[in-house]
Design a protein around this ligand. Sequence first.
Ligand SMILES: Nc1ncnc2c1ncn2[C@@H]1O[C@H](COP(=O)(O)OP(=O)(O)OP(=O)(O)O)[C@@H](O)[C@H]1O
Ligand SMILES: O=C(O)C1=C[C@@H](O)[C@@H](O)[C@H](O)C1
Ligand SMILES: [Mg+2]
Length: 176
Amino acid sequence: MTPIDRVFIIGPMGAGKTTIGRRLARRLGLGFMDLDEALEARTGVDIPRIFDIEGEAGFRRREAMLLDELTRCPATVLATGGGAVLDPANRERLAARGVVVYLQTSVAAQLRRTRGSSRPLIQGEDPETRLTELMATRGPIYESLADVIVGTEDGNPERVAERLADRLQQPGPVHA
Ligand SMILES: Nc1ncnc2c1ncn2[C@@H]1O[C@H](COP(=O)(O)OP(=O)(O)OP(=O)(O)O)[C@@H](O)[C@H]1O
Ligand SMILES: O=C(O)C1=C[C@@H](O)[C@@H](O)[C@H](O)C1
Ligand SMILES: [Mg+2]
């Protein structure tokens, strides 16, 4: 069996990409990186600030450049940002360089998990409608890009990570 070298986690805000990605990496004996956190570390400001100064377009440019760099790192689980899959070049890189895992979740769970957060795209008056709209456009993209799809409604991130690690370690076509 070929050992897993790179795993890319995709999915919407609050799906658990950061939380489960970190646990998955530990289980697989891989390093962990988070695209949002890496971008904040590189720029020295948080994501809401990047949106304020450069707009979403500026944020997406930085996100794409860093994704190109981080998807080349060996022995890594990389949690991406919720909107990283919108860019076709990003999608090509993710698909070509590793196993893509989609963490699927309901809007209700996303709402619970992101309540009170500073994520710029859900700062309006009606985050539920916003999350529903985002899922309508992005859901099909997540699904078509994924090698593996895992539900995260289970309230225990460690158990989700365990299920996912088992699945990735089984022989079969998910191995990139
Ligand atoms: N399976 C789960 N069950 C319950 N809570 C969870 C689960 N996964 C994550 N959480 C909680 O939901 C919150 C959001 O999770 P996390 O930050 O990992 O999401 P994310 O997908 O990385 O979001 P973003 O795209 O905004 O970075 C955290 O407080 C985390 O503890
Ligand atoms: O869904 C999105 O487009 C985003 C999700 C977050 O991970 C961050 O990358 C940023 O807030 C944008
Ligand atoms: Mg995250």
